[in-house]
Design a protein around this ligand. Sequence first.
Ligand SMILES: Cc1cc2nc3c(=O)[nH]c(=O)nc-3n(C[C@H](O)[C@H](O)[C@H](O)COP(=O)(O)OP(=O)(O)OC[C@H]3O[C@@H](n4cnc5c(N)ncnc54)[C@H](O)[C@@H]3O)c2cc1C
Length: 379
Amino acid sequence: MNSSTKNQDPRSQKNIQNFSSSKFPNFDICIIGGGPAGLEAGIVAKELDANVIIIDDNPVLGGQLIKQTHKFFGSKAHYCGVRGIDIAKILTDMVDELKIDVLNNATVVGYYDDDTLGVLKEDKLFPIKAKIYIFAAGASENMLVFENSDLPGVYGAGAVQTMMNVYGVVPGKRALVIGSGNIGLIVPYQLLQAGVEVAAIIEILDKIGGYYVHAAKIKRAGVPIYLRHTIIQAKGKDCVEAAVITQVGDKFENLKGTEKTIECDMILIAIGLSPLCELLYQAGCRIDYVPELGGNVPYHNENMMTSKSHIFVCGDLACIEEASTAMLEGKIAGAKAYETLYKENKKSNEIIVQANKELSNIRSSPFEQRILSGKEKMR
Ligand SMILES: Cc1cc2nc3c(=O)[nH]c(=O)nc-3n(C[C@H](O)[C@H](O)[C@H](O)COP(=O)(O)OP(=O)(O)OC[C@H]3O[C@@H](n4cnc5c(N)ncnc54)[C@H](O)[C@@H]3O)c2cc1C
């Protein structure tokens, strides 16, 4: 941020006028976030002939996919058997082919009263205006507080995945993983592949949270998974040298006398994600607390429209789920945004019907009942 904008209230209207004037034209649809949800929204809207821009704060498009070296599950239609990084490439190639405007390395930092976005790129703030906004900003990792949880060596599991799979940095020698959801099972497997020892995965519940197939792989590799355990302390002077874990009782109370010290130089926190809805708060959208969807989430109807008819959401920002469902929600958001601007046509209608059909199929699995009940709660 340059010195002229540094100390100003980022929400003040006057401030927006002080931004360097934009070389960007007004857009029909502006998409915030270039992960699978935002990319599909952009592709669909552009194919329907809307004028679209995608803004993403990373140097390359793909969101979480760019760090996912494992092959995806699900059906062929949703890239089953394809690695996340390759899905990112397929979607990015489509964006290029369609000549969709993309603004990389650019962060949307504010939503202003005249429905303008403040965008920060290379130390410059400038406005972007569109008729419709689709927020697809994803989620942030949940953190855990315990003694010394601020020691270097305590990481979010996603951060470790970024270090290894995007930047090729081996993050440590011996890891303890907290949480056994899919992220807590996949990232340690990738650590093993990178030659890092995994001391254990601990889980506070009495059952593993992620898919059994991931858990089986990790168990076959000899990594113990301790259920009904939590971490109470990180040990070390300047960085993590060990962790103290303990068993928990029926009320999740620490059971005295069960403490165990595990030597490790990394503690990976994989205890879930929270939708990144700060910009939606700024935009004045209704935000509901729906634990099944990941906590505070922007209200949205079955068309992915928020409480404001010119703002749509999709993907992990709307509910913490999967890349497959994020892409389908993106398609619905893109097509509905187009229909809101122009009008329904055969093609837009077909896209929405097909995406809804595929979403229902995926969400009919027992793993997805939580999501369905969360979405219903919101209606
Ligand atoms: C370890 C791991 C393994 C997974 N494995 C699978 C799997 O096997 N199968 C599967 O289907 N799913 C899997 N997922 C889940 C999947 O990756 C996510 O559900 C999916 O990426 C969500 O897509 P999205 O587009 O909503 O968000 P994201 O992929 O998070 O993309 C959001 C993008 O928006 C950008 N952004 C955020 N805020 C701003 C801002 N203010 N300005 C500009 N840009 C912004 C972010 O940097 C990011 O690039 C996995 C996730 C993880 C972490």
